[in-house]
Write a protein that binds this ligand. Structure first.
Ligand code: PLP
Length: 346
């Protein structure tokens, strides 16, 4: 924990969370999706300190990795954990099963007899049947869902319901198109649910949280910190996380008008780049390389070597996963806390 450090004194690149914006995002989601209507996905922040804040509003969590699931259970956040991913590694499955000794409830996604048998053999107790609702990733075909549920029950697993992540629709920018496409995907999931039974129809992400009224719970994660890609959808969440970087070189004046450029010390090893370059206010970003971002300022004010700048990631999940810690700042840009990104890795 740092005392009275200004954000501009941090070693860069530094992952910086704006506390009041984060607080607003959490409260906004909790208003529209109170309690168990949201199962926050921790993959988007990989941080137990932030998960503790979400636990004030929501009883359960969604995880993408065994590390995330184990990490939440170890800090007492294991009341209802859904590992929304297929796992076949017996050692990792056994580690998940052992979390009952910490009082944790772990439910795992399965989409084949192999994943069901592996979960049952390791001693896991509960699963959801993962159904493909249109995104070519994990998930069984609709017509196999009932058979897999029967197989799971015969193998001794409780079947809590169905999961179907409509990830191919979370970035459809027209809201009404997004809504009708999500309805199609969820009709499929509800058909699977008819065959499977159970109390859960779990689906959704930040981008469909405003339109998916068919799932019993939504697995959104990015809403807490947000990114520039999701910010284009007009959702009621604000950018709460940036990377603070230092300008380390300026050429030919550094501005668009001067035909120059400047270079920051945060490059593609500081940002998940699959959704595009990070944004810098009042500047054009030209390119990122491993440790650098090259940009030109729009203003006539020349960027100077040593300036601090804020860079906004286009994809929050992989960005956070590159960093060991997040610095939390208040409205005066004073660092008020330091959070470990303690759920990184696998
Ligand atoms: C299974 C699953 N559920 C939900 C999400 C939603 O996350 P987000 O809030 O980033 O849209 C994801 C993201 O990749 C996911 O893989």
């Amino acid at each position: 924990m740092l005392s009275r450090v200004d954000v501009n004194e941090l070693p860069t690149p530094a992952l910086v969370v704006h506390a009041s914006t984060l607080g607003r995002n959490l409260a906004t989601m909790a208003r529209t999706h109170p309690g168990a209507r949201l199962r926050p996905h921790v993959k988007a922040h990989k941080c137990t300190a932030l998960a503790h804040m979400q636990r004030n509003f929501h009883p359960g969590f969604t995880c993408a990795t065994v590390r995330e699931t184990v990490g939440l259970a170890r800090v007492g956040l294991g009341d209802d954990l859904l590992l929304a991913n297929e796992v076949v590694d017996p050692a990792r499955l056994a580690e998940l099963a052992s979390l009952t000794s910490l009082g944790a409830r772990v439910t795992i996604a399965v989409d084949s007899t192999v994943t069901i048998d592996a979960a049952a053999a390791a001693g896991l107790r509960e699963c959801v049947i993962d159904v493909n609702v249109g995104m070519p990733r994990c998930g069984c075909a609709l017509e196999d869902a009932g058979r897999l549920a029967d197989h799971a029950r015969r193998s001794g697993l409780g079947v809590r319901g169905v999961m179907g992540y409509e990830g191919h629709l979370v970035l459809v920018d027209d809201r009404s198109l997004r809504e009708s496409a999500v309805e199609g995907a969820m009709r499929l999931l509800l058909d699977a649910h008819d065959a499977v039974g159970g109390e859960l129809v779990t689906a959704g992400g930040t981008g469909t949280s405003d339109v998916n009224t068919w799932a019993t719970e939504i697995q959104a994660g990015s809403y807490a910190l947000m990114d520039t890609k999701y910010a284009t959808l007009g959702l009621p969440f604000e950018l709460a996380l940036c990377v603070v970087a230092t300008v380390v070189s300026v050429s030919a004046g550094g501005t668009v008008a001067s035909g120059g450029w400047a270079v920051s010390d945060a490059g593609l090893k500081s940002f998940g780049m699959d959704h595009g370059d990070p944004a810098i206010e009042d500047a054009i970003v030209w390119a990122c390389s491993d440790e650098h971002t090259i940009f030109s300022a729009h203003t006539t004010r020349t960027p100077r070597v040593g300036d601090r700048i804020r860079m906004w990631p286009a994809h929050i999940d992989p960005t956070v996963a590159y960093h060991e810690r997040m610095y939390v700042v208040d409205d005066t840009d004073t660092v008020i806390d330091e959070w470990s990104v303690d759920l990184r890795g696998w």
